[in-house]
Design a protein around this ligand. Sequence first.
Ligand code: CP
Length: 312
Amino acid sequence: MVKAADFKNKHFISMMDYSREELDYILSVADKMVDISKESSDLAKGKVLGSMFFEPSTRTRLSFETAMFRLGGNVTTVADPMTSSAKKGETFEDTISTISNYVDVIVMRHPDSDAALRAKKVAKVPYINGGSGTWEHPTQTMLDLHCIRYAKGKIDGLTIGMVGDLKNGRTVHSLLKALRHYNVKVYCIAPDILKMKQEVLEAVKGKVEVIEVSDLTENMPYLDVVYMTRVQRERFTSQEEYDKVKDSYVMDRKMIEEHGKKDVVIMHPLPRINEISTDVDDMPNAWYFRQVGHGIYARMAIIALALGLWKD
Ligand code: CP
């Protein structure tokens, strides 16, 4: 049986590190955080979160920092990589070793896909992967699962569409890996050059039914949840290649009304560019801004567990 102590002092690196029971346990702690986030908690009193973001972020950084404040802890932050000594040439490993002396838990976003795995080898305090290149964004998945469960009342039995940049999108890599533990069908909807990474498909092979297609309209009627993603301009080496695919899919009111299930849930890790038209925003199907709110609960749970502050 999974216990809080199983997560104490553990890094949070990849969705491949967790069993179904462990994911469900973290989600159950996130459930408890819904009420705790509304009160003033002193669970993390005296503890410090080191928040290090070497790539831009609005949601992940601010929700982690807010989560720590809601738990009664403190935060020290690097939001602009130009102000850290990495700019003077300090190695990534030395940066992690240094911060380990100052704080009780680290959350970091980094442009390198191997950053989280490298950090794990040197961090002396729990290291939380806040997005590692195009590899994984596992805390996003915890909030996504929490939001899906809240919106649909379950995860098992659903048909989920992942749409857009499935090659470079670290959110969908983590989400598909987590879904290997659930009884779901996943439509991966992408143009040829942005298809789901082969290594992720290999990781879930035989565990989740994945259907790879390129047409959204045709497959929209089957979907209970549609997880839209941004085409990641920063991962392209050529503007021409980006321009070819940047508008591949646009979710709008007409698409939902004419092709979607009445209660289809539209999600997006955000930021959006134009993948979801603003005419969807006031539809009951629009979950993406409510999805953001689940980030506080999921990240409060992850911090409290990593610090060993949560008791069964
Ligand atoms: N979803 C997400 O990672 O958003 P940010 O890039 O704003 O953190």
